[in-house]
Design a binder for this molecule. Structure first.
Ligand code: AFP
Length: 335
């Protein structure tokens, strides 16, 4: 197979789209460079004094890991200088990150989770970076306001993730399908390895933290019990897989099909996952790959965030599996 770098791929798509500008391609280029730098730091984490926590608690009430901080700083430093942004939001920062007045700015808004699944770092399990790119309403200038940032996921112009796994992979969509690239460390480039990724319409894997069962509603128990007993089209009993790092669990779901679930429960009535920096970007990818993403009632991409760090239940993956979840919740809503 001819080796196409992610930069070549971006330029090709830029030519195909009359709306694409060099500014947008430049934004993605800087994002990808940041991911390569993060990947290099993670690969050496066990050798450097960068494992463990910083002793701080972030806006989400979670322990900040040293690598959370490192990844956040790498992304913030580079992206605020890229000239394409009018605001950023990170999972690690309570407020919007403003672009310094002496830096050039553009029309895009970048939302990211710098290191998702970071509680897995110390045990050398996959982690990832998730990103979402929105555009501010036409004609506005200056710093983006919070109202401009709180857009539904359906407005995303691009979204993706970097999975720091056995190999580092970049998976993203600009609304023209989902494409996956693998980092060749020798060349230092992401090379196209998974063109046009599609989620099978039904899978045979369900993924959920069953330790939370005691806190689930009757409806949620029925949802998970459904996957305990149903069979895939080729007669397979569903298997259970749960990494506890959303990017890794989603990537498996994207490649193999099936469903990832993080329902609301009595301890987390809004769910655990963040709408803007976790659920919406992965929902954009899922739909671009012929899958679905729901909060149990309807499309994640239609949800308008009421605040920067709004949370949501999430059911994402194969279209038939997500439809089964909505059917069961729907039954309880009617009764
Ligand atoms: P951390 O980044 O704090 O590890 O949170 C990871 C995460 O948001 C997501 O990546 C996982 O899917 C989910 O939490 C796991 O949560 P549980 O540990 O409650 O199952």
């Amino acid at each position: 197979m001819a080796e196409i770098t992610v930069t070549e791929h971006l330029l090709l798509y830029q030519k195909k789209s009359p709306h694409a500008t060099g500014m947008f391609t430049g934004l993605l280029y800087d994002l990808i460079l940041s991911a390569k730098i993060i990947s290099r730091r993670i690969a050496k984490a066990g050798l450097l004094d960068i494992l463990g926590g910083t002793g701080e608690i972030n806006v989400q009430g979670e322990n900040v890991q040293k690598l959370d901080d490192i990844a956040n700083n790498i992304l913030t430093w580079r992206m605020e200088r890229c000239g394409a942004l009018c605001a950023m939001s990170s999972e690690e920062n309570a407020e919007l990150i403003r672009i310094r007045p002496d830096f050039p700015r553009g029309d895009y808004i970048l939302i990211f989770d710098p290191l998702d699944g970071s509680s897995n770092i110390d045990v050398n399990i996959n982690v990832g970076t998730i990103f979402s790119i929105l555009r501010r309403p036409h004609g506005n200038s200056g710093d983006a306001t919070l109202e401009e940032v709180l857009q539904p996921g359906a407005n995303q112009v691009a979204a993706g993730y970097v999975l720091y796994g056995p190999s580092t992979m970049l998976v993203f969509s600009t609304g023209q399908g989902v494409h996956g690239f693998t980092l060749d460390p020798g060349v230092g480039e992401f090379l196209l390895s998974h063109p046009n990724m599609r989620i099978p319409s039904q899978g045979s894997i369900y993924s959920v933290n069953e330790g939370n069962r005691k806190n689930w509603s009757k409806a949620t128990r029925e949802v998970v019990d459904w996957f305990h007993t149903c069979r895939s089209r080729d007669g397979k009993i569903y298997s259970s897989r749960y990494v506890g790092a959303l990017v890794a669990d989603f990537h498996r779901t994207l490649v193999n099909g099936g469903i990832y679930m993080y329902p609301a429960d009595s301890a987390k009535p809004q769910g655990k996952l963040r709408l803007m920096c976790e659920a919406a970007p992965l929902a954009f990818l899922a739909e671009q790959a012929a899958g679905c993403a729901s909060d149990g009632r309807g499309r994640i991409l239609e949800r308008v965030p009421e605040q920067l760090h709004a949370r949501t239940p999430l059911f994402i993956g194969s279209a038939d599996d997500v439809a089964a979840v909505e059917r069961i919740y729907g039954k309880y809503e009617k009764s």
